[in-house]
Design a protein around this ligand. Structure first.
Ligand code: NAD
Ligand code: GLY
Length: 376
């Protein structure tokens, strides 16, 4: 008998759809395997002559050709702009390269931009779309876990200024978000872990059951199990979609999505941006923020220990870097976007699956930092 060498079937879950309900700016997030290999997910987008794929030097060689094939069924012309990779290039000069390409190719005001990459590409493409001819449609095609569960959803777009991260930007919603889980297969493990930090944050702020699910499925997520990844991306997007639909422009509630970020931004800024990945800094920051919530008698007792175990299982740091003093943290925190007139406000857990934005005494904040800093 001839034995055929057929690999075992890989479980691919059916596509899931999450809707971000924003009136006439409502859009869907489609989450599934092999979206870039199928035409249907790309149908029904705004009609235009031109589509422009914006990507970077790392992601374009992996996925731009496949995306271009899908789009050429609908658009007469498909252009591509390939930017340098990295947070250091999320600036005016690089943004201008998108405008150069649009103008050089005679792209009109119906042109649809496609952001193919992680959060850096998504934020820059979204901002370019908000500005070009006072606004053209754009589609998010996030290829990192962080961008699938956070940055591609909710319409925050921005570039950095030398004096501050994400300081120049706009709220501008995409037409659709297409999360192809297969793209996560090429993502370095460190980047996957960084994305898991943003997944984990949704548990303590909004969904105790999701926190328990993550505790049971962390190994599946880290090994790339498609069913587990789809559940994690879908639940994260559902929670973010609900928060954004309630408070699109961060009048209040939306700030809870920044759990751990006040401490995390201080770590990123204190070490110099790029030394720790954003998700890594947020991980250690969530431990500190949880400790602060517990010491204020707000969070359930034991949350900090529980979060620490889960973040460790996700391959993330749970202590701030040695050598960064509480005074340095506090100085960076005073220029955080959530600070008001220099008063620092923290996202604090105030019960199972619930968070609020509050100030806290500097002395207590310093104790929490010291309790969760690596020894020198
Ligand atoms: P990133 O965009 O820099 O991507 C991380 C790295 O992975 C890059 O080197 C990228 O080229 C590479 N990469 C991307 N997809 C890949 C793939 N499938 N295979 C192999 N390599 C791949 O970083 P990120 O973590 O995705 O996003 C961080 C950015 O997102 C920051 O600029 C942050 O400010 C922003 N952000 C925005 C929001 C928002 O609401 N708009 C929320 C959170 C973060
Ligand atoms: N990432 C936080 C927000 O979108 O508000």
């Amino acid at each position: 008998m001839v034995r055929l060498d057929i690999p075992p079937a890989v479980a691919a879950p059916p596509d899931a759809t999450v809707t971000v309900a924003l009136g006439d700016r409502t859009y869907d997030i489609l989450i599934g395997c092999g979206l870039l290999a199928r035409d249907a997910p790309w149908e029904g987008l705004p009609r235009a002559r031109d589509a422009v794929i914006v990507s970077n030097e790392t992601v374009a060689p992996l996925y731009a050709e496949r995306l271009s094939q899908r789009l050429s069924a609908q658009f007469a012309r498909v252009h591509s702009v390939v930017l340098p990779d990295g947070e250091a290039h999320k600036d005016w000069m690089t943004l201008n390269r998108i405008f150069d390409a649009l103008l050089e190719n005679g792209c009109d005001r119906k042109t649809v931009l496609f952001a193919l990459g992680g959060g850096v590409i998504g934020d820059m493409t979204g901002f370019a779309a908000a500005c070009y001819m006072r606004g053209v449609p754009f589609v998010q095609v996030p290829t990192t876990l962080l961008s699938q569960v956070d940055s591609s959803v909710g319409g925050k777009t921005a570039i950095n200024h030398p004096l501050g991260k994400n300081m120049i930007g706009a709220f501008y919603q995409p037409q659709r978000v297409l999360c192809d889980l297969d793209t996560l297969r090429t993502l370095p493990g460190r980047e996957l872990s960084a994305g898991l930090a943003e997944v984990i944050k949704y548990g303590p702020i909004a969904d105790p059951a999701f926190l328990s699910w993550l505790e049971q499925h962390m190994d599946d997520l880290r090994s790339g199990d498609a069913i587990a990844l789809q559940h994690a991306v879908r639940r994260s997007c559902e929670i973010k979609a609900q928060v954004v639909a309630t408070d699109e422009r961060e009048g209040g509630l939306r700030a809870i999505l920044n759990f751990g970020h006040t401490f995390g931004h201080a770590i990123e800024a204190g070490l110099g941006f790029g030394v720790w990945l954003h998700g890594e800094a947020v991980a250690a920051g969530m431990v500190m923020a949880s400790e602060l919530s517990e010491r204020l008698g707000m969070a359930p007792t034991g949350l900090t220990a529980r979060l620490t175990r889960l973040l460790e299982a996700a391959g993330l740091p749970v202590r701030g870097p040695a050598g960064l003093s509480p005074q340095e943290y506090l100085a960076h925190m005073r220029v955080d976007k959530k600070a008001e007139a220099g008063d620092i406000r923290f996202v604090l857990i105030d019960g199972e699956g619930s968070a609020v934005l509050r100030p806290a005494p500097d002395g207590l904040v310093a104790q929490c930092i010291e309790a969760h800093t690596a020894p020198a």
